[in-house]
Write a new protein. Structure first.
Length: 125
């Protein structure tokens, strides 16, 4: 399936090649009303996304549920479903997992480490 933006770009290309807007839309199979549509969600979510990135950078171990609590405290209301979808797309790249240097031991470094002999490490309670 081709996105609406990609189809808008195709219509723009057809218009550059001499077709009218009506002809280009008919050629691509796109209603002309879609050409002028701009999503307001991006504009509405920008302050919340900025706050989400800041919180994720401050607390890299927090998941989207805890980040939602912080967002709510700051006045950015967002449903759990919406936040989950946004977090899966954008929050994953905002906070990188901590890396361990030689001699440092962190829970993230122990989770998937292997010893020099090739044996995996185990965490026991």
């Amino acid at each position: 399936m081709v996105s609406s933006q990609a189809r808008r770009d195709q219509v723009a290309l057809a218009m550059e090649r001499g077709h009218s807007q009506r002809q280009a839309c008919e050629l691509i199979g796109l209603p002309r009303s879609i050409l002028k549509y701009r999503s307001l969600r991006v504009e509405c979510d920008t302050p919340a996304l900025d706050a989400m990135r800041r919180i994720a950078a401050t607390y890299p171990r927090y998941g989207y549920r805890r980040v939602r609590i912080f967002l709510h405290r700051e006045g950015h209301a967002m449903s759990p479903e919406r936040l989950s979808a946004v977090a899966q797309r954008r929050l994953a790249t905002a906070a990188a997992a901590p890396t361990a240097t030689r001699g440092d031991i962190t829970t993230t470094s122990l989770a998937g480490d292997r010893a020099q002999s090739g044996l995996g490490t185990r965490l026991r309670p």
